[in-house]
Design a protein around this ligand. Structure first.
Ligand SMILES: Cc1cc2nc3c(=O)[nH]c(=O)nc-3n(C[C@H](O)[C@H](O)[C@H](O)COP(=O)(O)O)c2cc1C
Length: 315
């Protein structure tokens, strides 16, 4: 079977700078989802969202924009906006688990409201020809919630439904619920993509064996923790390339320079890079020590020294 690998959006990580550098040095991802666009009560697109989606910033990348909303007019506004930029698909986020979002009936907080979901999809399909796809969890309180939504989704020509096999209440804790994902497969005719905890080639193979009908796989955190993973999956190997550290080093240098240019001040740059290293550190033989070293660096000079030592040690 030909497997399609998709980069699951990670707000704060998978922006266009990351996507371009990732594609250049690692590859293996067929499609990138951009982190969600959220309008804060105004029909207005923030500059940062615009930069992230501009075609000239995404040359040679297959990108699908995403929205988080519980309002059909917002959906239509963003749909028109992304269409003007040349996109023909908008992905709808019904997965975000954070209380600030769910308490306002968005993200995974909207899954229980299948009537509203239907109303929004109805209006969007009546008034726009944008292709709609979904990315959702299986519920907020419990994984039965999605079973009420799936029949509603049957009424619409959705491109696909990507399911992160957790519920909102879990945040990112606890395991994925593969039995509940199996129930989703049995209760929809839509094309499902699997998402959740694909962190190694072995994990991928386990999922593939468990769900032989699935051929689209979304990888989120696993991609930052091991950027070689998509290509390793595609080449069916658990072995890293021999020049692993050189490749990582060049990739790191590229994103560092990008963020150094766009962020103001050492504190912001260090914060950004440290959040990456929370994941990157697992690529190295002593992840705990590696991350500690990065966290200890309180100046750019010390940061560079720390990175140099980490990379040299790994050689
Ligand atoms: C820091 C962070 C930011 C995220 N931002 C988004 C987002 O903007 N849109 C979205 O659909 N999911 C977002 N997610 C969820 C991931 O895309 C993904 O569904 C989830 O992490 C499970 O997949 P994984 O186990 O492969 O990481 C985010 C997750 C994290 C940890």
């Amino acid at each position: 079977m030909n497997h399609t690998l998709l980069s699951s959006p990670l707000q704060g990580f998978t922006d266009y700078k990351f996507r371009n550098a990732f594609n250049k040095y690692f590859g293996g991802i067929d499609t990138f989802y951009s982190p969600y666009i959220k309008l804060n009560g105004k029909l207005e697109i923030k500059k940062a969202y615009e930069r992230d989606l501009l075609p000239e910033n995404n040359l040679n990348l297959e990108v699908i924009p995403q929205i988080i909303t519980n309002d059909a007019d917002e959906f239509l506004f963003v749909a028109n906006y992304v269409k003007k930029l040349g996109y023909n698909e908008l992905n709808w986020n019904l997965g975000c688990p954070y209380p600030m979002v769910t308490k306002r009936g968005m993200g995974s907080g909207l899954i229980c409201d299948f009537i509203k979901i239907e109303q929004i999809l109805q209006k969007v399909h009546e008034q726009s020809d944008i292709i709609v796809s979904m990315k959702m969890r299986m519920g907020y309180e419990n994984s039965e919630e999605i079973l009420n939504v799936l029949p509603v989704l049957e009424k619409f020509p959705l491109k696909n439904i990507a399911i992160h096999a957790r519920i909102g209440k879990q945040l990112y804790k606890g395991g994925v619920d593969l039995d509940a994902f199996q129930r989703c497969i049995e209760n929809t005719n839509h094309k499902l993509y699997y998402n959740g905890d694909i962190t190694s080639v072995e994990k991928f193979k386990e999922m593939q064996q468990r769900f032989p009908s699935i051929d689209h796989w979304m990888i989120g955190r696993g991609l930052i923790a091991n950027p070689f993973l998509p290509n390793m999956i595609k080449n069916n190997t658990s072995k890293f390339p021999i020049n692993k550290i050189e490749i990582f080093s060049q990739f790191h240098e590229t994103i560092f320079q990008e963020y150094e240019q766009s962020l103001s001040g050492a504190t912001h740059i260090l914060l950004k890079m440290t959040s990456f290293w929370a994941y990157f550190s697992t690529l190295f033989s002593n992840p705990h020590k590696t991350f500690k070293k990065i966290k200890k660096a309180k100046s750019l000079k010390n940061y560079h020294q720390a990175v140099k030592e980490i990379l040299a040690q790994e050689h």
